[in-house]
Write a protein that binds this ligand. Structure first.
Ligand code: ASP
Ligand code: MG
Length: 386
């Protein structure tokens, strides 16, 4: 019997230097004894940020098409270098761009959605006993333009490939050895999970946990594709399996992200909302009781896009910055009176700008300097430390 297929995705820190790339080649070499690997890579280290920095030092408003053309170059570098490293190990590898393997996306730049994965070249390479090394985060649109899938999009490439191959094993290698109750790099006493449900990880990722792209988790959940999160620095430590699984209720983790709030005056919400919704993933929107002030909470990273939209409309606005949205995540927590009591106890003397509650998540916005103290208090309160 032929060895089963395993999609292995290596993130930016895993391929951050030539030494790291050689380490990754070792991991793949070992895996290839029992599996036929298909590799997905991110750009090396902070290459994507560096490329963006160069673009914005030329123009404040780079054409989105050229941004995608530029950023897709990052993944090309790591895929070619990793293929060379595999050749050095005596493995035959072939690198491919997203467009070469037929990752077909909608015709939209910077955040295109995947419509179809054709697996062009991939099966052929496997049949010839070769290891395909595929550039993550990129595709080709229905109009033959090169597109990217949004920041962190290599996770999506890996999950989409594993699904298209009929639900094969999927391993996501990163710089932490699994899913923790808190970011273990910032909070070394965080607790690690051997197993976690799609839903909890999806909420944590949406709320700011960096371990995996939330859209990739949702895609895996939709097709019921279990996947593994492992460390490329310590693969022997084992990781976390993310799968369909009915967890016990209660708080499982805490995540946070930097946000800003816009107070927009003099706008007709029907017009402005449409433009904003198309471009920006709004975290929270409301208007005051007079209807004159529209209040938006958005991710800090979307700030300049928001300013651009508002400047093109005839409105006045103010921005409140240096805010953080902290979220606790777990089954049934939003509807548990005990948990709501404990949260309000922790927040008793805080200035809270905004609270949102769903069955799986309680999020609140506070001043950014408060983050560490509140995360600590919440993790003690909900028993999230080892
Ligand atoms: N290189 C891209 C980014 O930095 C995609 C990824 O790493 O998943 O966002
Ligand atoms: Mg990532």
């Amino acid at each position: 019997m032929d060895r089963p297929i395993c999609v292995m995705k290596f993130g930016g820190s895993s391929v951050g230097s030539v030494e790291r790339i050689l380490r990754v080649a070792d991991i793949i070499y070992r895996k290839s004894k029992d599996y036929r690997p298909i590799i997905v890579v991110s750009a090396m280290g902070n290459t994507t940020d560096r490329l963006l920095g160069m673009a914005y030092s030329i123009t404040k408003d780079p054409p989105p098409r050229e941004i995608d053309m530029l950023l897709t170059a990052g993944e090309r570098i790591s895929m070619a270098l990793l293929s060379m490293a595999l050749h050095e190990k005596g493995l035959e590898a072939l690198s491919f761009t997203g467009s070469q393997v037929g990752i077909i996306t909608e015709n939209r730049f910077n955040k295109a959605r995947v419509l179809e994965v054709k697996l062009l070249r991939v099966k052929e390479a496997l049949n010839e006993g070769k290891i395909p090394v595929i550039a993550g985060f990129q595709g080709v649109s229905t109009k033959k333009e090169i597109t990217t899938l949004g920041r962190g999009g290599s996770d999506l490439t890996a999950v989409a490939l594993a699904i298209s191959l009929g639900g094969v094993r999927c391993e996501i290698y990163t710089d932490v050895d699994g899913v923790y109750s808190l970011d273990p790099k910032k909070y070394p006493f965080a607790r690690k999970y051997d197993r976690i449900s799609f839903e909890v990880l999806s909420e944590l990722s949406f709320a700011g946990a960096k371990v995996m792209h939330s859209r990739a988790v949702n895609l895996a959940a939709k097709y019921d594709l279990p996947f593994y999160i492992l460390s490329s620095f310590h693969p022997e430590k084992g990781g976390t399996v993310v799968e369909r699984y009915l967890e016990s209720p209660g708080v499982k983790g805490i995540a946070y992200k930097n946000v800003v709030m816009f107070d927009v005056e003099g706008a007709d919400d029907r017009f402005i909302l449409e433009d904003i919704l198309q471009e920006i993933e709004i975290i929270n929107y409301s208007h005051d009781s007079t209807g004159k002030h529209l209040i938006f909470t958005i991710e800090e990273g979307d700030k300049s896009a928001m300013i651009k939209i508002l400047s093109n409309s005839n409105v006045r606005y103010t921005i409140r910055e240096e805010l953080v949205m902290i979220s606790i995540v777990g089954w049934g927590i939003g509807s548990s009176p005990e948990i709501r009591d404990q949260v309000s106890d922790v927040l008793r003397n805080e200035h809270v700008y905004n609270i949102s509650i769903s069955d799986m998540r309680i999020s609140f916005v506070v001043d950014a300097p408060k983050k560490d103290e509140l995360v600590r208090k919440l993790s003690e309160r909900f028993n999230l430390l080892v």
